[in-house]
Design a protein around this ligand. Structure first.
Ligand code: C2E
Ligand code: CA
Ligand code: CA
Length: 733
């Protein structure tokens, strides 16, 4: 072997290789490529592959006939075949097989050789060339594999160092964040053991000592923990949840409370298995205190410190919605009796002091768990009790509250007697609405007041229904006046001496669109409560005055002597209304009626205890010539001597006095009483009218006793104004 791998020397390489030579070598290349192409990992077509093999075939052919024989070119051809992607495992046997079968027969360049090779020699050379080719092939293949490994590990190494750098950077970043964070950061094991916390966390909890070794988050239980927080935590550490966020209180070592906003995140390892918990904590104690203070202020009464209406209703709503684990509830609605007069007479400061003292006493009554006492208005308190025996508990609470107020309260050196009326409502949770409960409590409390106060009443459906009906009437009242739903009936007043009609009392009715005709007893009290009585009363006065003028005009035509008069009832609100006198004068003038044709009826009770100032309007009207009658006389407790002070000209004796005279035998005591009153009245120059005359016996008896005028069903029931006129005409004829 004389020449290096650079190339073999071609014997007599004079460039005149014959065309026949070329053709034979080309044919070998073709056969060779057909054998190898199917097992080569090449993307070249068979023809391209053949073109690639052609120079290699020539080199093998040259090497076969080289003188001296040299195998080095075959070694190089082996390496070149690896370069041509003949790297599959089956490739080398295919290469060698084709050479073995076809090289000698196709490529022996006998005509170009000085000494032609013997057959044996040629075969031996072919075998050696195959060995050399195989060696070159394997060597090249190994080199290639080695190169590839190297590239991969170099890349891996590069990748590793890059990753390390990045990791380091992120660790450093983490460390910086961890240490410098203003939020508390802590890492715990899945068992809750605290592994590491940052300074911020330590500061929140009052120092690193708090996180002494072995500390476990499972110890951080606080009574104010949100319900269900434990379950959420279990879900996290068992991998069923990746994070959660809660507001949680903690006790510090000194017992003070720290409120935190916690975000806990589950950290998993590279296989996804839960590994640690990462906790971020923000100190929200201040915010929380502020929030609590604002909430306290929004839900408590400033004066007494008791819960206010808002808080009470929140709790009541929960109970009524069945969210408070209470089957039954009871509500006490307490309103002080006569508190307004304390306020008016002693002033607001004393009033406030009294309320504070009352609140103090009531607070002690409703201090059991499940009981709530709230101040819901000036002198109104609401108490709530819950539980299976709520009905009994509420009644007992009402009793306790009344007892607590029995002792006088000392305010500014005065002993003040405090009384209260309480309405008690109870029921099962989940049935009544808030509005129903409060309305029922309100109605029941007023029932307690109406029964004299200083007591409690229990709600009952019947009285509630009555009041609710009243309530709906009250709502319809104002519109009723505008819509003209009121009308007036007139009941004659008859002179007992001769049985002639002297006049009539105007009695108002309401033709209600739903309930039909309603009597005054059903709506006058409501009109008084709502203030509607003033316009309604004025309307009645106008109508009655016009009616009296129409009667007069008709009488004048018919030649009836005495003018018919009209009686109109006045409510206390009208009495104290500043425009009573001017309104009445205007009405009379508008109707063209003289004052003596009008009699205003005022009940005895409305005039008891009335001072001279309050009497002035009536006196003015009386001075103008308007008659004033004292209605329902005998039902009040007036001192008879005070009648002299009043500007009245007539007593209307209440029906109760004459009831006993309806049929014979008449009770002599009744007779004596009426006789006494009549003589007293006449002594004082007052006329006497008797009400409720239903029988002839009564009428006769009363006439005998000297009564002046009578009114009652015996003569006529209240009716339309025309009827009165026919009655009067009948008298005249
Ligand atoms: P009052 O002034 O005592 O009116 C007499 C009441 O007795 C009337 O009832 C009348 O219908 C009724 N009455 C008359 N005769 C008899 C009788 O023989 N037997 C019986 N059992 N009752 C008789 P009414 O109309 O229901 O009026 C009730 C009250 O309503 C009146 O009592 C009066 O105080 C008030 N009222 C009526 N109209 C007005 C009004 O326009 N303004 C004001 N403020 N009150 C009125
Ligand atoms: Ca009357
Ligand atoms: Ca009366």
């Amino acid at each position: 072997m004389t020449s290096g791998p650079g190339g073999g020397r071609r014997p007599r390489d004079t460039g005149e290789s014959t065309a026949a030579d070329d053709a034979r070598i080309r044919r070998f290349a073709e056969v060779w490529s057909r054998a190898v192409h199917p097992v080569a990992a090449t993307t070249l077509t068979r023809a391209e592959f053949e073109a690639r093999l052609a120079p290699l075939a020539r080199r093998l052919s040259d090497a076969l006939g080289s003188q001296p024989f040299d195998t080095a070119p075959a070694y190089e051809v082996g390496a070149a075949l690896v370069g041509a992607q003949c790297t599959e495992p089956e490739a080398l046997p295919a290469i060698l097989g084709a050479i073995d079968s076809h090289l000698v027969s196709h490529c022996l360049p006998g005509d170009r050789m000085a000494v032609p090779l013997a057959e044996d020699e040629a075969r031996a050379r072919c075998t050696r060339l195959q060995h050399a080719l195989a060696a070159g092939f394997v060597r090249e293949l190994r080199k290639r594999e080695r190169d590839q490994h190297e590239a991969i590990s170099r890349a891996a190494e590069a990748a590793r160092t890059a990753a390390e750098k990045a990791l380091h950077a992120s660790e450093a970043k983490f460390q910086a964040v961890f240490e410098g964070a203003v939020v508390g950061v802590g890492i715990c094991g899945l068992d809750g053991e605290i592994l590491v916390v940052n300074d911020a966390m330590a500061r929140m909890f009052g120092g690193m000592d708090f996180f002494r070794p072995g500390r476990n988050v499972n110890e951080f239980v606080h009574p104010d923990d949100a319900p269900g927080v434990h379950e959420i935590y279990r879900e996290l550490v068992t991998g069923r949840r990746d994070h959660f966020r809660i507001e949680k209180p903690h006790y510090r070592d000194d017992g003070s409370v720290l409120w935190t906003n916690l975000t806990v995140t589950l950290l998993r390892d590279s296989t996804g298995a839960p590994q640690y918990q990462l906790t971020l904590a923000e100190d929200i104690t201040e915010q929380r205190l502020l929030r609590e203070r604002l909430r306290y202020e929004a839900t408590h009464d400033e004066l007494t410190g008791l819960p206010n209406r808002t808080l009470f209703l929140e709790r009541l709503d929960k109970v009524l919605a069945g969210e408070a684990d209470a089957e039954r509830f009871g509500v006490c609605y307490l309103d002080l009796d006569g508190f307004k007069s304390v306020n008016d007479s002693l002033g607001h400061i004393a009033g406030d002091r009294l309320l504070k003292a009352v609140a103090e006493r009531l607070r002690d009554c409703a201090a059991a768990p499940g009981e709530l006492l709230a101040r819901v208005g000036g002198d109104e308190f609401l108490a709530l009790v819950t539980g299976p025996s709520a009905q009994q508990d509420a009644t007992e609470l009402a009793r306790r509250m009344l007892d607590a107020l029995a002792e006088p309260v000392r305010v500014d050196g005065r002993e003040l007697l405090v009384r209260a009326s309480i309405g008690v409502v109870d029921g099962p949770a989940g049935e009544l609405s808030r509005a129903e409960v409060l309305r029922s409590a309100d109605i029941t409390m007023y029932r307690a007041k109406a029964a004299g106060g200083n007591r409690f009443e229990l709600a009952d459906a019947d009285s509630n229904a009555q009041v609710i009906a009243r309530h709906s009437l009250t709502n319809g009242l104002p519109a009723a006046l505008e819509r003209g739903e009121f009308f007036i009936e007139y009941q004659p007043l008859v002179r007992l001496a001769d049985g002639t009609v002297r006049g009539a009392e105007a009695l108002v009715r309401w033709l209600h669109p739903k309930h039909g005709v309603l009597g005054p007893d059903q709506f006058i009290p409501l009109a008084e409560d709502t203030g509607l009585i003033v316009p309604l009363g004025r309307w009645v006065l106008e109508q009655a005055a016009r009616q009296a003028r129409d009667w007069r005009d008709a009488d004048a035509g018919a030649g009836v002597g005495d003018q018919l008069r009209v009686n109109v009832n006045l409510s206390p609100c009208q009495l104290s209304h500043p425009s009573l006198v001017s309104d009445t004068v205007a009405v009379l003038e508008d109707a063209g009626l003289c004052p003596s044709a009008l009699c205003l009826e005022v009940t005895e009770n409305d005039l008891i205890d009335v001072d001279e100032d309050a009497l002035r309007p009536l006196r003015q009207l009386a001075d103008l010539g308007v008659d004033i009658a004292l209605d329902d006389f005998g039902t009040g407790y007036s001192n008879l001597s005070y009648l002299r002070r009043l500007p009245v000209s007539t007593l209307k004796l209440d029906r109760s006095f004459t009831r006993g005279m309806q049929r014979a035998p008449i009770d002599p005591v009744d007779v004596k009483i009426v006789e006494g009153i009549v003589s007293l009245a006449h002594t004082l120059d007052l006329a006497v009218t008797v009400e409720g005359v239903e029988t002839a016996v009564q009428a006769e008896c009363l006439r005998g006793l000297g009564c002046d005028t009578a009114q009652g069903w015996y003569y006529a029931r209240p009716g339309p104004p025309e009827r009165l006129h026919t009655l009067a005409l009948a008298d005249a004829s």
